[in-house]
Design a protein around this ligand. Structure first.
Ligand SMILES: Nc1ncnc2c1ncn2[C@@H]1O[C@H](COP(=O)(O)OP(=O)(O)OP(=O)(O)O)[C@@H](O)[C@H]1O
Ligand SMILES: [Mg+2]
Length: 323
């Protein structure tokens, strides 16, 4: 029997059913989540992109109108929704307790708030529960979640375990059991940790990876080092630049081209120092966060405006890095 081509890291990533994209604020979580969803839908996977906060960044990136709790179709095989705890609670009550959807939950919402404030994890489990339910019902092949930033995502992902410890028997216990099974299965669920290659985001990523490891059962599936400045000069070119910028040469060049040369040298210096700093921090991400998990570098995209063009470029980088 002849064996088919080996599964690439990207195939393996996109064969999961639930991918939580997280990282420090502002590092590119929404961009990476949108790019992964774009890649999945390009490969004919029925894809749901779910944003957990309602800041509207996805709408802006895709140039789409309002995206609410009910999924909106963005293109063939790609839908997007915004998580909403109250709508998720209503949907839960309808599915499991056959309660009709109400315009407002009124007193029930107050009762829910009371329980949610008293019992940690109850609010968070609605978010994770809705996503796991979509997996269980097989509505999509893959769900990519533009998750909350570092701190909050751990309590969301730990919630089925925490709530399961509060309710040992009954309906809630049954539900936390199947949710935990989905989340703890590395074939079905994973976290994609995004970081820029700088001191604070890398430090935060190291801590986040430790918290996920210690407090949840979900596995790390991918590390994305985002906005990396590629090195533009080889070692020899760098030496030539240094020589041209030496005192002897500088006078000659300035005589020929004027003071403009200074700006060029400063720009080249700045680029080189950011690029070598990025290189060091990518290395740290590789050794202290990723370990045996794939790490992909995504370059700082300069030539296209933010929005759809950026998603496309980032998707191409991820595809190339994981093939
Ligand atoms: N590879 C890249 N090259 C250039 N710009 C990028 C890249 N990735 C992200 N950006 C830009 O960085 C900014 C932050 O990106 P994004 O909104 O995806 O981050 P975020 O982690 O979701 O932020 P928040 O924590 O606020 O939700 C945006 O302006 C986006 O266009
Ligand atoms: Mg975001």
């Amino acid at each position: 029997m002849t064996e088919g081509p080996a599964e690439s890291e990207l195939d393996s990533l996109l064969s999961k059913r639930l991918l939580f994209v997280t990282g420090k604020g502002g590092v590119g979580k929404t961009t990476v989540a949108a790019s992964l969803a774009w890649l999945a839908s390009s490969r004919h996977l029925r894809t749901l992109l779910c944003q957990v906060d309602a800041k509207g960044d996805l709408q802006r990136m895709f140039g789409h109108g309002h995206i609410g709790f009910q999924p909106e179709r963005l293109r063939q095989n790609l839908w997007a929704m915004t998580m909403d705890t109250e709508a998720a609670l209503q949907e839960y009550l309808k599915i499991y307790l056959r309660m009709p959807i109400m315009p407002r939950l009124g007193p029930l919402a107050k009762a829910f708030d009371f329980v949610a404030n008293a019992a940690p994890g109850v609010r968070e489990i609605l978010v994770v529960g809705k996503l796991c339910w979509e997996v269980r019902e097989d509505h999509y092949d893959i769900i990519v979640v533009d998750s909350a930033a570092s701190g909050h995502v751990v309590s969301q992902l730990a919630s089925p375990k925490g709530v399961g410890e509060l309710f040992k028997v009954g309906l809630v216990s049954d539900q936390t059991t199947w949710m935990s099974q989905i989340l703890s299965d590395p074939k079905r669920s994973g976290v994609c940790l995004v970081s820029t290659a700088e001191e604070t985001p890398v430090q935060e990523s190291i801590e986040l990876a430790e918290d996920l490891e210690n407090q949840t059962d979900i596995s790390l599936a991918l590390v994305v080092a985002n906005r990396v400045f590629p090195s533009v000069f080889s070692k020899t070119e760098g030496e030539i630049f240094e020589w041209l910028d030496s005192n002897d040469q500088r006078g000659v060049i300035e005589k020929a081209v004027g003071k403009g040369w200074d700006g060029l040298v400063e720009a080249a210096d700045l680029w080189s120092s950011i690029s070598s700093m990025n290189k060091r921090y990518v290395q740290r991400l590789r050794s202290e966060v990723a370990g045996s998990v794939p790490l992909v570098e995504v370059s700082e995209v300069i030539s296209v405006p933010a929005g759809f063009g950026l998603i496309n470029e980032v998707a191409e980088s991820i595809e190339a890095g994981l093939s």
